[in-house]
Write a protein that binds this ligand. Sequence first.
Ligand code: GDP
Length: 301
Amino acid sequence: DKGLEKSKESIFGKISKAIIGKSKVDDEVLDDLEEILITSDVGVDTTIKIIERIESRVARDKYTNVTELDKILREEVAALLSENNSENISDFEVPQNKKPYVILVVGVNGVGKTTTIGKLSAQFKKRGKKVILGAADTFRAAAVDQLILWGERVGVPVISHGMNTDPASVAFDAAKQGVEQDADVVIIDTAGRLHNKVNLMNELTKIKRVIQKFIPEAPHEVLLVLDGSTGQNAAIQAREFTKATDVSSLAITKLDGTAKGGVVIGISDEFKIPVKYIGVGEQVDDLQVFNKVEFVDSLFK
Ligand code: GDP
């Protein structure tokens, strides 16, 4: 699993170093662990929560061998992830009874939104789903072009009106086409501007409203894409977007290029929104459905 390799080396490697020459889990070991988790971008609040849970276990046991630290930490992280990812999906799938299933994709520029949409389209298409994309990120010349390129690459149609056109009008057409062409999935790319929260909120509200003209219960999913390599910046973006709209799932990208996979733990804990996908590279197959067991394994094996 090339993608998560670096994250694994990181937390595990640091813990191994911290416990050299120690026999029991004492305050010093816990202090080191706290620092490791924070520098691995788990986030301060989540780190404190994890440390407290471990502390109370250690206090109960009186003597906890350092060799057990990995196991205990793993259990606590797994428990934390489970609380927020109870409905972990096992494959790229969309509910059969919601057709077309509409996914609104949000996130700031550069996080990997377009790439994630392309990869996701490829996976759905591979599974026999009819996919239509809407290029509603009309504020950047490159965004529309890139989505069209991805559409060509994976063989799915892209609804586009070009740059600087009304994003809601693109979303309107994508939803309309989705219904008329009996598509299984409609994925709509939106502009990732955060500098003006009111604008962002208004725009997303408008997009939702026009989609609902064709598909009353849509969007079925609002997928927020975050760049895992930006550490705490990803958490800040999550805070802003969840304030602007109802985010229902997360995709965390670029976990191949970072030693900071810990950000997934903190974000999952803070926002209680399931992490659905992780990006582990730039190629079409470099998207995985998030599997908490595999993820924890990869961090602490
Ligand atoms: P957008 O502006 O959010 O649409 O971002 P793009 O999809 O254009 O991606 C920005 C850059 O990040 C591109 O060079 C992508 O190839 C790259 N990228 C996207 N996802 C991943 C990932 O999971 N891993 C790596 N290493 N690069 C990624």
